[in-house]
Design a protein around this ligand. Sequence first.
Ligand code: DGT
Ligand code: CA
Length: 573
Amino acid sequence: MVKNAELAYIFGNITKILKIQNDNVFKIRAYERVADTLENMPMEAETLYKSGRLNEIPGVGTAIAQKIGELIETGRLEYYEKLKEKIPAGVLELLNIPDIGPRKAKLFYEELGIDSVEKLEKAALAHQLQSLYGMGKKAEENILRGIELYKRREQRSPLGIALPIAEEIVRELKSLPCVDQISIAGSLRRGKDTIKDIDILISSLKPEKIMEKFINLPQTKEVLAEGLTKSAILTKQNMQVDLRVVSPDSFGTALLYFTGSQAHNVRLREMAVKRGLKINEYGIFQVKGDKKIGGDDENEIYEILGLHYIMPELREDMGEFEAARHSTLPIPVELNDIKGDLHTHTDYSDGLNSIKEMAAAAKQRGYQYIAVTDHSQSLHIAGGLDEVKLLEQIKRINEINRDIEGITVLKGIEVDIKSDGSLDISDDILKKLDIVIAAVHSNLKQKRALLTERYRRAMENPYVDIIAHPTGRIIGYREPFDIDIQEIIRIAARTKTALEINSSPERMDLHDIYVKSAKEQSVMLAIGTDAHQTSSLDQMRYGLAIARRGWLEKANLLNTLSLKKLKERLKKK
Ligand code: DGT
Ligand code: CA
């Protein structure tokens, strides 16, 4: 079976090669569109092919249908093989580096024979790039920075990528009857925004059976280590997964140990020592006589140490022990507490679904409201709304609200903060909306003071309720803006502006450390998925992980409020 993802990958590569070769734009667009469609299509292309219905896929004409057929029948595509002879795979890899497009990739390859990221880095360090046409010292420096980001991206994956992979593996392993308990551990269990490798822990009396299944999972690309208690694989998405199997009577302490963080574990062990106890991954023991007093239950270990249970998201040695001792641990906010999504897009700008579809999907998730916050006019590439179009959308939402039941669509906008801090939509229109989120999308390299000032002006606007993705980072692609985030938090407190926890996997912005700091200054936070299609509403849980890691409780989040309370609160600013 040739999966859609594999087809999409090949058509994506064809697009890249054609771009580097500066081929016909219409042809390029056709391949790009097919790659995109294949990636997001619920139906398998192979199934359609077998019933002669490939032409039902949008954008698939005879030529492309033939190519899909050839791939399904023979597993290879002559046209693609020929293209690859001209442009090596290493040159395509260059396109993954921020700031490198087809033009530069071609330039580096043709002028300096650069066909790998490694060679590119060497050339940049030897200052061989700056003299090339259209380059310069600054461009060369940017490329080096881009390579750093790229390497880090290869090493750590966003939570939103790693978690679904881990859950699928857990589901498959769980089907074995010899599995007693199973849990995700490591940074993934702690809900960190990026994950180096996935850790899974199982208790069982029959480890061989489990290991055999694990190394032969359909996801496995390579077996990195194989043993009776510990194995590691690399998945097809290049994620490393470590699996450990322990006996049921040590599941609790092993889970504690492999959940980490290391800093948290060090403190736990110190506390144990003070009580004449010893903890390791096998159990908790009295030093005198080496008597085991616990090990199967994680909860119980904290109890034995005289502590309240500390949830995994707080285990960073960032004050959780003091809070556990003084009974001041936060009451964790749960997915059930979330009453709506406050950042979503529709087909009015660059979203895929209609307002109605988004509203229905939000209702299905048990929400009371969903804020539609499309882009504003100056974001041309995202089809931003001008004031006329926004007024039209307001009217449409009013109609929809009259028609539907069980959910309310809030009229909103993700308004651009312009270079001088003014907004892209006039106050007269903003005041007609239920909710305004403001964001920086342009002129990102402004000086620190200027950029911070730009945020200040936006927050002082009486209609701005939330600042979207405040630091602007894109994991692996863009560093956070050079802004004074602590100052921005102070201004948010003073102006009663909420800060967003953007939960789209590549953003995860605000970071948990700043979330905690915002909470300490009584700033409200708002989780928004930034969904551009209905399925992305499920990303709420990634933002929730940040909220929990940031010590938030229900009362610190705008979108735990009921519709009525939220509306009152939004009017207040
Ligand atoms: P990462 O980098 O995203 O994979 O982060 P973690 O926390 O998942 O780190 P990882 O996978 O190296 O190890 C998982 C947990 O196992 C870690 O949080 C604590 C525990 N652990 C691993 N190695 C050591 C060690 O050498 N000493 C101690 N005390 N604990 C360790
Ligand atoms: Ca890990």
